[in-house]
Design a protein around this ligand. Structure first.
Ligand code: AMP
Length: 282
């Protein structure tokens, strides 16, 4: 497994593969890897001959310095997991490598970045697209895999590559969960044992909504009420965002349910903000 820390090292590695007509699959991450990330690596492996994983905790997508400082990191463990998985190369740049001194170019999807989760985390998605565009330019993948858990992120990246004519195919991967249903997340380790137990309310609320969505004549408002009731009944959860939107443009839905709806939830447990999502009625 090649470990690349500079742009030149990464480009030499992928250029050699491209000369040999080998396709490149790419999985961008912020490290502290878990089985959710590994499922993306597996999927990338089925989509391309070579797999590159990047580990970069991107400062421009964090609103608060404290959240950035608290983000968990374990490079040695991450590398061991990727090696065991047969990953071909890991890109591990430092901040100055990704953002050279004087760097000022941003990439932003104007509407998608500033609605829903983006409305409560100003600048988050602009930071995300600004780093993903740079990583795509450095790695030059044929295909890149993103988790459906971060649903708005997946939609934004898909829009960005269309808008900027980037020659990268974006593939979404299903959310991996713990046995009780909690979506795997690097942030879960920061939950107290009580909050960890309570956090299962998010997937439970989505289960309830899925049941309700299968009933004839159900409305978007009724689905919202089912989810809200479930989460409000859990005192350790503070509901921050609940959106029922069209799966592609993320436009708000209302009235009778007649097609697929993406349900996006964010809730705080103590200091830790968790998100979950599901597309119903597909
Ligand atoms: P992160 O390291 O949190 O930036 O996540 C890197 C990639 O892994 C993103 O595309 C996430 O959507 C994806 N991901 C994170 N958690 C999960 C999960 N539980 N299941 C599937 N993909 C995930």
């Amino acid at each position: 497994m090649r470990i690349c820390r500079t742009v030149a090292e990464m480009r030499e590695t992928t250029a050699a593969w491209r000369r040999a007509d080998e396709t490149i699959g790419f999985v961008p991450t912020m490290g502290f890897l878990h089985e959710g990330h590994m499922s993306l690596v597996h999927l990338a492996r089925t989509e391309a001959r070579r797999v590159v994983v990047s580990i970069f905790v991107n400062p421009t997508q964090f609103g608060q310095a404290a959240d950035l400082a608290a983000y968990p990191r374990d490079e040695a463990r991450d590398l061991a997991m990727l090696e065991a998985e047969g990953v071909d190369a890991v890109f591990l740049p430092d901040v100055e490598t990704v953002y050279p001194p004087g760097s000022e170019t941003v990439v932003e999807t104007e509407r998608l970045a500033n609605i829903l989760h983006g409305a409560v985390r100003p600048g988050h998605f602009r930071g995300m697209t600004s780093v993903v565009a740079r990583l795509f330019n450095i790695v030059g993948p044929d295909v890149a895999v993103f988790g459906e858990k971060d649903y708005q992120q997946l939609r934004i990246v898909t829009r960005m590559v269309q808008d900027l004519h980037m020659p990268v195919r974006i593939v979404g991967a299903p959310t991996q969960r713990d046995a009780d249903g909690l979506a795997l997340s690097s942030r879960n380790v920061r939950l107290s044992p009580e909050d960890r137990a309570a956090a299962v309310v998010l997937s439970r609320a989505l289960d309830r909504a899925e049941q309700a969505a299968s009933e004839p004549g159900v409305t978007v408002e009724a689905l919202r009420a089912v989810i809200e009731d479930e989460i409000v009944a859990e005192p350790r959860a503070t509901l921050q965002g609940l959106d029922l939107v069209t799966p592609d443009t993320l436009a708000p839905l209302e009235g009778p349910l007649w097609g697929p709806v993406a349900v996006m939830i964010s809730a705080a447990f103590g200091e830790v903000l968790l998100i979950d999502q599901r597309v119903l009625g597909e």
